[in-house]
Design a protein around this ligand. Structure first.
Ligand code: DQA
Length: 139
């Protein structure tokens, strides 16, 4: 299968920021582990702090025949109508993921504007949230 893992704003700081919440591994290290886990599949990785670039990545996954997008939009999850509309505009299924359990955190993280246009939501399993999301395409 062909998966695109998209990480949004501030996820490039993983391993450096709030280590108690997001762990000590960098995003590159996490992505390397994901590649090993899915060694029989094609995995591509994209990170951007820019909302529009995330929208373009979602659109390009659809145009390039990806089976699924695994999206951690970071804080954009909670308010980006542009990312929501990008997800709604493509046929490729998108799964929303978060490393932390957003429902056990601040109230403003409980609201997602993208969940209703995503195939599903996985949160709270650290780096394994990405793997669990992609594994769901194989069930
Ligand atoms: C996050 C949760 C978001 O609320 C936060 O803004 C992030 C990371 C997570 O992976 O747990 O940047 O998406």
């Amino acid at each position: 299968m062909k998966f695109l893992f998209v990480n949004g704003v501030n996820l490039n700081m993983t391993g450096e920021r709030e280590k108690g919440v997001y762990g000590t591994q960098t995003l590159d290290q996490i992505n390397a582990e994901i590649s090993v886990h899915f060694k029989g599949d094609k995995c591509e990785f994209f990170q951007s702090n820019i909302e529009g670039e995330i929208c373009t990545a979602i659109q390009s996954a659809d145009k390039n025949g990806f089976d699924g997008v695994i999206l951690n939009a970071g804080a954009y999850t909670h308010y980006s109508i542009a990312i929501r509309d990008a997800i709604a505009s493509v046929k490729t299924p998108v799964i929303e993921v978060h490393m932390s359990n957003v429902h056990a955190r601040e109230e403003f993280r409980h609201k997602s504007v993208i969940s209703e246009v995503c195939r599903g939501v996985i949160c709270g399993f650290g780096k394994n949230s990405y793997i669990l999301a992609a594994e769901s395409f194989k069930l």
